[in-house]
Design a protein around this ligand. Sequence first.
Ligand code: XBP
Ligand code: MG
Length: 253
Amino acid sequence: MSDLKALIFDVDGTLADTERDGHRVAFNRTFKEFKLDWEWDVALYEDLLSVTGGKERMRFYVEKYRPDFVRPDDFDELLKAMHLRKNEIFADMLRSGQIKLRPGVARLIAQARDEGLRLAVATTTSPENIDALLRFALHPESPSWFEVIAAGDIVPAKKPAPDIYFHALKELKLSADECIAFEDSENGIRASAGANLPTVITVNDYTRNHNFDGALLVIDQLGEPDAPFTVLSGDASGARFVDVPFLRTLASK
Ligand code: XBP
Ligand code: MG
């Protein structure tokens, strides 16, 4: 591998646990507002997460679970309108401080900036969600800390397709071995590994049992000096939390 130059972060599940108590709740509120009897409980949402992208996820739900639903002629427009509303509700949740960053994320990003590493995002979520998450959970100025924010519909094929990572690498003008990606899910690692990116996985409750073949390291969280990570697979060489020197060592292997 070459010298480490950039960190590329997934958003949902990686920077913050946004799914169960964030997007899922916002989807359910939207369905009520649109007078639909759709209700996504925590268990059902695990299955729905196999499809990335909010509009794609609603379509999948109708296909798999609601064959009874009579689709209006403007079904695509309805999905778009519901998705917009869901993201407004999600942004309100962020604004009111309901969603926090995962352990170690703010510390690692601050250290990466201090040490001159470049930062990017590669995610299937909508750009407005990233902006709100970064501004309200990290720092009001933090969207500008990320040189590239590759998100949402910018590439037609969402994760597990590697396209969003290829896009981010192209914008960064870096090769995959100059970067490390951070992901939390099987769809995520399929995308990052598909773009040949060395990847660190931090699992969450929805993704703990996913297949992370090809990951550099699988841990339960980035950790903090006083709250170490647990290694689920890979070699952490005795490290207790993820920091830049540790990532440089990983990248040089
Ligand atoms: C995230 C997603 C997104 C979010 C919701 O996957 O699949 O769809 O659940 O955001 P990943 P939107 O972390 O692998 O990028 O509703 O804006 O799509
Ligand atoms: Mg994710």
